[in-house]
Design a protein around this ligand. Sequence first.
Ligand SMILES: CC(C)(COP(=O)(O)OP(=O)(O)OC[C@H]1O[C@@H](n2cnc3c(N)ncnc32)[C@H](O)[C@@H]1OP(=O)(O)O)[C@@H](O)C(=O)NCCC(=O)NCCS
Length: 215
Amino acid sequence: MTPRTVSPRTVSPRTVSPRIRPYRPDDLRDVYEVCLRTGDAGGDATGLYSDDDLLGDVFAAPYVVLEPESAFVVDTGERVSGYIIAAPDTRRFVDRFRQEWLPVLDRKYRHVDPPVTREDEIVHLGFTPDRMLVPELDEYPAHLHIDLLPELQGQGLGRELVRTLLGSLRERGVPGVHLGYDPRNTGARAFYDRLGFVQLPSGATTMGIRSDAAV
Ligand SMILES: CC(C)(COP(=O)(O)OP(=O)(O)OC[C@H]1O[C@@H](n2cnc3c(N)ncnc32)[C@H](O)[C@@H]1OP(=O)(O)O)[C@@H](O)C(=O)NCCC(=O)NCCS
């Protein structure tokens, strides 16, 4: 008997559109990867530092580990390729970062103060969580980070992630959220402007939005 062959045309390709869902602990490696590949003012930071996990250790992992309920990811069906992560109460986050995350950093990195190299500067940011205590915390107590891999950019997912986070903050009575961005990242600035974030008095690269804003 001749074996039956299936024409490729009869097999429908598995098309899965990216969907936003809450973070799960097994997303952690993908979150590190997204953080790295968007970590140079929105571009790929692979190989820039002696440890490719440095950016994730400072700007991503502490959020998903300490505040998993404020973390949402974009799941492509194969992996996580984007996220929005936040600390809903920055003051509380700074306390927990000091107590629970600094020991993690301390085991891995040498804190050079004052910093000399670009790598020292990132490590220094990790060792100085008080920098997150911006003067506008009463109005904008939360802060966020958002990153999407290039293949997911420009499709409205960034806006949808912000909408998702704002909804979750609103439900918990958090009045607003702020963020800081790299001044070289003009694309991110355009995105935040477009969504209605306003520049905050404490810094040219600090922006905020109320959680009841329509984005
Ligand atoms: C910045 C980022 C989160 C935006 O998400 P996105 O999914 O690409 O943006 P969206 O498609 O939701 O765009 C929403 C609006 O912002 C505008 N916008 C987004 N990126 C823009 C850019 N680079 N330049 C100008 N406008 C931009 C869009 O045109 C859109 O406006 P519209 O409603 O008039 O069409 C995403 O591009 C990204 O992760 N970039 C790399 C990492 C990064 O820079 N993170 C921010 C660090 S502070």
